[in-house]
Design a protein around this ligand. Sequence first.
Ligand code: NDP
Ligand code: 2IT
Length: 451
Amino acid sequence: MAVSDHVDFPTFMEGVKKRNPGQPEFVQAVQEVATDIFDFMEDKEEYHSAQILRRIAEPDRVVSFRVCWEDDNHNIRVQRGWRVQNNNAIGPYKGGIRFHPSVTESVLKFLAFEQTFKNSLTGLPMGGGKGGANFNPRGKSDAEVMRFCQSFMTELYRHVGPDTDVPAGDIGVGAREIGYMFGQYKRITNRWEGVLTGKGMEYGGSQMRPEATGYGAVYFMENMLKHKKDSIDGKTAVISGSGNVATHAAEQITKQGGKVLTLSDSGGFIHDPDGIDQEKIDWIKDLKNNKRGRISEYADHYTAATFHAGKRPWNVPCDLALPCATQNELNEEEARELVDNGVMAVSEGANMPTTLEGVHVFHDAKIMYGPGKAANAGGVAVSGLEMSQNAERISWNHERLGEMLTELMEGIHDKCVEYGDQGDGYVDYVKGANIAGFKKVADAMLAYGVV
Ligand code: NDP
Ligand code: 2IT
């Protein structure tokens, strides 16, 4: 094959930027992956000549649609919804749905791109996708959320299916929203099938799905520490967010003998020097899931804690850090602060929470750094198990699922070590995750020829 088919890294990135104007998150995610993949492909002509990376970085399709609904005051509201189907080389498109005012096509394209590598890393047959809308569930009544979800699914149903594309939850989409969307899908299609994961336990949900992402991120942390003959026991942890991922990460850190010092939401963070134990975590879960309250209320209830309005928790000294809120929530300066304060390991429950510059700080300091696409893959892995259960019409219990999640996270960790071991005792988990995730998708695409 002609060498002129090779495009070098800067030229490749120029092209990505040019083809995706005004989409900084997508460009950032592609750049992070492409840096490692270009090194890996250097002596692998077949990937270059088949333009594999260029093809993975071009979503199979992006569906954008109007979502019209009526609020409780009879105002007609219009939102924009999307489903990005990035790549289905190794299985049906799979990935969450996000409802948040910050959702844009760029955000969903970055998430669908990342999801492709993450899902591949799990070892289960799932492609990559993501969806969502610029809808803010905060302050909306249950009836408003129901009408929005029904309207969203009234368009989405024609693009998804158990063998086509299987959405799940993400920011702003939990059990309530999945219930409304599944109910509408079933009503429109007259089919009961595993079209969504994260379903309620009464109708085909996996008993481990609510905990899976947060627990998985801590299992990944545990594996990184174990690789260095260390453990979570007795260590302090700083966590951001206070939703599904953050609360379950806090729970698992606590179970393993760690002490959680912080949690946050978009209003600020709480710092509890006594530690956020299981009883306090249960109080937060009730506050967030049932009362739909704000994390600031924690400091009113637990008076040893302080609330820091408009701030992020990264200046609190800790051994372990787990960003579990959103993308780009930890920048270069904050990464430096963590390192200066002696952080040993970072495990990302969120997707791309650390900026590219922040990642460089962690790598330069040679701390253990588990990127989201590996560390938070436990959620989608258990979603994969939920798909299997629905297809087989069976149900696994909590204990069995816990064992499977533990094994899956260990497998993901080991794949990162296999491809990311730098030979000097340092593991570049980003490189490991990128290469291991890429290879399987790329080889499947080569098998299909030019499609
Ligand atoms: P939730 O909606 O349950 O919680 C999100 C949390 O993050 C809330 O505390 C929220 O605060 C905070 N947050 C959201 N956006 C912002 C923002 N722009 N600035 C500051 N805080 C913000 O979502 P999840 O816990 O499910 O998701 C958290 C992260 O984990 C996301 O990056 C998601 O993509 C990732 N993830 C989730 C998986 C899952 O299974 N749910 C699987 C894998 C990854 P507020 O309420 O104030 O907005
Ligand atoms: O980012 C993610 O991996 C998720 N939001 C979960 C996706 C899924 O299909 O369970």
